[in-house]
Design a binder for this molecule. Structure first.
Ligand code: T5A
Length: 211
């Protein structure tokens, strides 16, 4: 594998794609194998980043402009990478992260319309050049994803309350990213039952990371 630090694995997809479920299954599997790892998510992962998460996701009357949204996601990421992700990786713990900078490319870039060059520059600045070793993209039709959300038992947040058209563009953005980074981003069909999806995840982590 040849990494100077533990592996960094990210989980991406539209709302209801099942990425949080798959991250949990992989964490259980790694715990069973005695592989040291931590689980985290974006936006969030530290007290400061969690405060930014609340700012970003609470439904509110005032319009939040795409530029504001981009800067807040990147601010949360800058804190998360330096205060949590890098210390874990360099101490030998793998990091499983629910969303990372590909979410910014898909949501703020492709769907909100901020240009790619700016997003790439901001992603690189906030992440300090850290790039995931492996990214899973759980792909599902947005209508099917939304049908799953009531099962979670939480109310839709500010981004989930966007139109279905917005989420279709996010999906398209993710597929375009996967096509541009086929070695790093693995697309997995998110529609089958969770245990079936997880068989693919296990296959990939065995092949790519030796887990
Ligand atoms: N965002 C985030 C940006 O705009 N830019 C950024 O840079 C970043 C980092 C984060 C929001 O912020 C946006 C994207 C998001 O809108 P969040 O609360 O973290 O918000 O929400 P999500 O990441 O969207 O997480 P969700 O929980 O909504 O979706 P998941 O993770 O796809 O779904 P999951 O696994 O929780 O499953 C949802 C339901 O489906 C069931 C589960 O049991 C659960 O009930 N389920 C399945 N049912 C049938 N078959 C399967 N295979 C299933 N897998 C799960």
């Amino acid at each position: 594998m040849g990494l100077a630090r533990a592996p960094f694995v990210t989980f991406e997809g539209i709302e209801g794609s099942g990425k949080t479920t798959q991250l949990g299954l992989l964490s259980e599997y790694l715990a069973g194998q005695g592989i040291p790892h931590v689980v985290t998510r974006e936006p969030g992962g530290t007290p400061v980043a969690d405060e930014i998460r609340r700012l970003l996701l609470s439904p509110r009357e005032e319009r939040v402009f795409p530029e504001t949204e981009l800067l807040l996601y990147e601010a949360a990421r800058a804190q998360h990478v330096r205060a949590f992700i890098l210390p874990a990786l360099t101490s030998g713990k793998a990091v499983l992260c629910d969303r990372f900078f590909d979410a910014t490319s898909a949501y703020q870039g492709f769907s909100r319309g901020i240009d790619d060059a700016r997003i790439e520059e901001m992603n690189a600045f906030a992440s300090g050049g850290l790039v995931p070793d492996l990214t899973f993209l759980f792909d599902i039709d947005p209508e099917a994803g939304f049908l799953r959300l009531p099962g979670r038992g939480t109310r839709p947040d500010r981004i989930e309350s966007e139109t279905i058209e917005f989420h279709r563009k996010v999906r398209e953005g993710y597929l375009r990213l996967q096509a541009g980074h086929p070695d790093r981003i693995v697309r997995i069909d998110g529609a089958p039952p969770a245990d079936e999806v997880f068989r693919h995840v296990r296959g990939w982590v065995a092949a790519r990371l030796g887990w």
